[in-house]
Design a protein around this ligand. Structure first.
Ligand code: 0L1
Ligand code: MG
Length: 262
């Protein structure tokens, strides 16, 4: 940890303001080049605490940069972890106000809902499978608070991993009914196929993401509580969005999720 509490609070406030005003920043490591992972997660925690103080409810947890497609797209090598807010939940088949974002992108994911607490260190895929109530298809809306997506991993973690919204839909299914790694999906934008992939793109099995999240939280003395909703990371690369774009993702065995930016 390189930062004092006052600087952590100031950087958290700066990122919060960028989100509220939709006024993007330059990445914070330009000003603080020695920021480390602990600083980044401390800033993210401060953002979370300030949102909760303002009445926001935490809707879930997220894993990011968990697929080769995403890591290649962002030129990084490690997953990152963040949280989801109640105000970011949009209905399946609904309209999403484009003006709420700076430069939104979307990605298709598998979400898990757990019935048992998961804790690290040493959490592994078998414990995640045993703790899973059901899985469901989801689309994450990303929106970096950094100008032109010019960021590094430390800055992205501080910015709550670009979390901005999510849509769930389709069918909730018991995990044992599915062969999750071979589950395919097709992403359409304005009726044209723009991405297709299988869920194994996420670390071989999306449950691995959940185990990594539990192990990451353990470093900060936290757990994944029972009943958590967890987005496991984009299976495809993120897709840029313009006003008016309609997105539809068809998931094998899980139904579809759609949204339109207006
Ligand atoms: O969910 C994610 O994969 C987070 C990615 C963070 C970087 C980005 O904005 O794409
Ligand atoms: Mg994501």
């Amino acid at each position: 940890m390189t930062l004092d509490q006052a600087t952590i609070a100031a950087l958290a406030a700066r990122l919060e303001e960028a989100e509220h005003k939709r006024a993007p920043l330059t990445k914070i490591t330009d000003e603080y080049p020695h920021l480390d992972w602990d600083d980044a997660y401390a800033i993210q925690e401060a953002i979370r605490a300030s949102k909760i103080k303002a009445g926001v409810r935490i809707a879930g947890l997220k894993c990011g940069l968990t697929s080769q497609a995403k890591m290649k797209q962002m030129n990084v090598t490690e997953p990152v972890f963040g949280f989801l807010c109640d105000y970011g939940a949009y209905p399946d088949g609904g309209e999403v106000p484009f003006d709420k974002f700076i430069a939104p992108r979307i990605e298709a994911e598998v979400a898990f809902v757990t019935h048992t607490e998961l804790s690290g260190p040493g959490c592994h895929i078998a414990q995640v499978l045993a703790a899973t109530e059901f899985v469901m298809p989801a689309v994450e809306i990303l929106d970096s608070r950094y100008r032109d997506f010019k960021f590094d991993l430390i800055s992205v973690v501080a910015d709550n991993t670009s979390a901005a919204g999510f849509v769930t839909g389709g069918r909730a299914r018991c995990i044992e009914e599915l062969d999750l790694p071979t589950l395919g999906l097709v992403v359409e934008k304005n009726g044209r196929i723009v991405e297709l992939a299988a869920a194994a793109a996420v670390l071989g099995h999306p449950a691995t993401s959940v185990a990594m999240l539990a192990n990451n939280l353990a470093r900060r003395g936290q757990v994944i509580p029972a009943g958590s909703f967890i987005m496991t990371g984009g299976i495809t690369a993120a897709i840029g969005i313009e006003r008016g774009d309609a997105i539809s993702v068809r998931f094998q065995d899980l139904g579809s999720v759609s949204l339109r930016f207006v």
